[in-house]
Design a protein around this ligand. Structure first.
Ligand code: NAP
Length: 293
């Protein structure tokens, strides 16, 4: 019997990574990197890419790397130092892993998380595909550099870049942040409410990563089940929690004061296509946003 392939996971101690570990654990040997010594156990290994720290024995037998590293894009206001942190936390881990290639001779595939918010957000009618040009705003350029950090692996192996949309799950993530005020009876529609919100259920996202390994995919793929709107999601969450949305819409200028430049991510949205992954034979379990709640 063929022995299991070994996947090295970076940035997998968070919201998506935990689910990905449970999706992949029966099919693959997993080795998980973390910067936190208190999280170590036989499958978890310490590293600190910013300080060039890693025990190189972790690379033994590794055939695949999945890199989900990245500081939270909407967690803090985008000051200049935060912007640097958002970029460094994505680019430095990839470059650090690349610098260790000599220890990973069996590497077949490098998979990176990436983001869907990389197209011209002002064009609200277009449904963007993977071939469309990357825009020039801060998040789009962050995505560009993030993916450039993955592309350096092309000299060695297949490189798969998964442009992740808004991830929905009962287990946490952004949806719990939207749901919290609604549960308390203070939910409100943001801006016009019509801004597009491409989304994917966490279950489908981790299945998509698994599919990408099984099918040896390379290139860019959107991880998007559908395109909803802020208003649709808010009303569905209100219905689920048996609450009424009675507050007026939150005007754009208030959000700009509260959130600064990152308000663009909640006030504007773009639509993205999933035709490319469907054409490869991937089937979504959660096809309609209503199914997620
Ligand atoms: N959740 C979403 O809706 C969504 C949507 C689009 C894209 N994404 C992207 O998908 C990836 C995973 O998302 P998530 O929601 O699971 O994030 P998360 O829960 O915040 O987890 C982030 C992970 O990145 C690692 N990390 C953070 N800063 C790092 C640094 N400077 N160096 C090395 N590792 C670092 C952390 O590892 P340790 O602290 O254990 O070392 C942690 O495991 C992120 O890159 C995120 O931008 C997420």
């Amino acid at each position: 019997m063929e022995s299991k392939k070994t996947i090295l996971l970076a940035g997998a101690t968070g919201f998506i990574g935990k689910e990905l570990i449970s999706e992949l654990s029966s099919s693959f040997e997993l080795k998980i990197l973390t910067r936190h010594k208190d999280k170590l156990n036989p499958n978890f290994y310490f590293w600190n890419p910013a300080l060039n720290e890693i025990d190189e024995t972790v690379f033994e037998n590794v055939t695949h790397i999945i890199n989900l590293c990245g500081a939270g894009i909407v967690d803090k206001r985008w000051t200049e130092s935060r912007k640097k942190e958002l970029s460094d936390s994505r680019v430095i881990p990839a470059e650090f892993l690349f610098s260790k290639l000599e220890f990973i001779p069996k590497l077949e595939q490098y998979i990176t998380a990436s983001g869907i918010n990389c197209y011209d957000i002002e064009n609200t009618e277009k449904i963007y595909s993977e071939e469309d040009e990357i825009a020039h705003d801060f998040v789009s350029q962050l995505v560009k550099n993030w993916e450039k950090g993955a592309d350096i692996f092309k000299t060695k192996c297949e490189v798969l870049k998964v442009r992740i949309s808004f991830v929905i799950s009962e287990k946490g993530g952004g949806i719990t942040k939207i749901e919290k005020p609604i549960k308390m009876g203070f939910g409100a529609i943001i801006g016009s409410g019509n801004q597009a919100m491409p989304w994917i259920h966490l279950t489908d996202l981790v299945r998509l990563f698994h599919f990408g390994i099984d099918k040896k995919l390379s290139g860019i793929y959107h991880a998007v089940s559908g395109n909803s709107t802020n208003k649709e999601v808010t009303l569905l969450l209100a219905k689920k929690n048996q609450k009424r949305i009675w507050l007026p819409k939150i005007p754009a200028f208030i959000l700009k004061i509260i959130l600064g430049k990152l308000s663009i991510l909640v006030l504007k949205g773009l639509k993205a296509s999933n035709s490319k992954i469907l054409a490869k034979g991937f089937e979504f379990k959660f096809k309609k946003i209503e199914d997620c709640f």
